[in-house]
Design a protein around this ligand. Sequence first.
Ligand code: KG4
Ligand code: ZN
Length: 337
Amino acid sequence: MTAVKILAIESSCDETSASVLVDGKVLSNIIANQAVHEQYGGVVPELASRAHQENIVPVVDAALKQAGVDMHELSAIAFTQSPGLIGSLLVGSCFAKSMALALNIPLIGVHHMQAHVLANFIEDPKPSFPFLCLTVSGGHTQIVQCNSPLNMKVIGETLDDAAGEAFDKSAKLIGLPYPGGPLIDKHAKEGNPLRFKFTEPQIPGLNFSFSGLKTGILYFLQENRAKDPEFVEKNLADICASIQHRIVTILLNKLVKASEETGIRQMSIAGGVSANSGLRKGLAEYAAKHNWQYYIPKFEYCTDNAAMIAMTAYYKYLAGEFVPLDVVPSARAVFGE
Ligand code: KG4
Ligand code: ZN
């Protein structure tokens, strides 16, 4: 049987990425980050589209070269079809379409959130089905029940901010630059997570809410800064540790509830926030307490990357799920209903 060789492109937000996969094995995963957004304190969509235009050809070239695959050997081209910034998605989708058309090979459209979950299948050890995945990124917070690679159900999600936003907005309130999530993580390592108490929102079912936490932190800072203008500087590590502890326990307590409701004891985490050391440590502790098995993809497969798009595309290729050349990407798309 001839080998299945897939080139995948991810351009949903501010990372331009390309990956080559051969017979289910990722051979390259090139990621170009866009530093241009830092000075604006968040991703600027217009600048992201332009940076994708600049990056896409060199990134795709590098992915093919590192994998040692000539583009004429490719079986299919995959791209992130949704969700994401529309201008960014258009760059990746147009490029993928052009290549599929020129090479006369099938085109595969991938849902970014499904791909975050399937990042768990890039390397061993891999979960078996069914398992629950807590997908936590800058744009999303979901608990996904995965019954098979292409059969997933979203059983819980955020009603307002995503977990990554909760980290970034909290960081902004305490004066840390964007993206503040990794900085909170860094300072939290030196701090006492139980020093300051932030209340856990009482949201029914498996959904999340982080907007109350943000308001709570705002009032907490206003009150304490009024008493001591240097309050944050003096207590930075404990503040970061306490905020991180609250976000992580909000996430993991819902996972406990999801496990109780579904009877599933295999857990995984995915998305940029799964890089958080408090969440990783917390998952290990909860797993020991609740008798779960757990899986965390390698860091480069947790944040936005094309390897996860390639992995998802491989399952779609085997299932014959292709899209026509007139397919249109979408900023929002329902997944796993
Ligand atoms: O998945 P991702 O790379 O991009 C999106 O699809 O959003 O996630 C980015 C998010 C940002 O909000 C960032 O602050 C957060 O992940 N993040 C972290 C850490 N590393 C990245 N949050 C907390 N701790 C970290 N170590
Ligand atoms: Zn993502």
